[in-house]
Design a binder for this molecule. Structure first.
Ligand code: ZN
Length: 147
């Protein structure tokens, strides 16, 4: 979502909740201010990293519920990240919304991998073990039926 839209979204909260406008605006702006600056400084590779992480949001949510002056900030911050997840999820449903789990990294879409790399990826997944079970079950079935 574009930066000005993040600021716009908290305007109703300013008027309807009476929460401090400065804290709401700061909370809605800070994720982008931080995460758009980090790649420019060479500290991260993407524009959604530590400030857009669910772990940062969780920390701020706890902090905002324990320390009331931070509540408006943490609320607006959480809304910012939620809207970015929704926006990326709508535009790029291939899983790019999982930036929110930063620093946990997820592999590229495995269906785009060449066969050997796909096989290396596939071995060890849950579906791989399901296939092993199907092969064994079929083998037992064939032995019992034909043998
Ligand atoms: Zn953002």
């Amino acid at each position: 979502m574009l930066f000005p839209t993040h600021l716009l979204v908290v305007v109703p909260l300013v008027f309807e909740t009476g929460l401090p406008a400065l804290m709401l605006l700061a909370g809605s702006a800070l994720p982008d201010i931080i995460d758009k600056s980090l790649p420019a400084l060479g500290l991260t590779e993407t524009y959604h990293s530590i400030a857009h992480s669910i772990f940062t949001v969780a920390f701020l949510t706890v902090a905002g519920s324990v320390y009331k002056p931070l509540f408006a900030f943490s609320l607006a911050y959480s809304i910012h990240v939620l809207l970015d997840v929704i926006q990326v999820g709508i535009n790029e449903p291939s899983g790019n919304w999982m930036f929110v789990f930063w620093p946990v990294r997820f592999p590229e879409n495995p269906l785009k991998l060449p066969p050997v790399k796909f096989l290396k990826h596939y071995m060890g997944t849950k579906a791989f073990y399901l296939e092993i079970f199907l092969w064994l079950a079929t083998g037992v079935y064939l032995i019992l039926t034909l043998g």
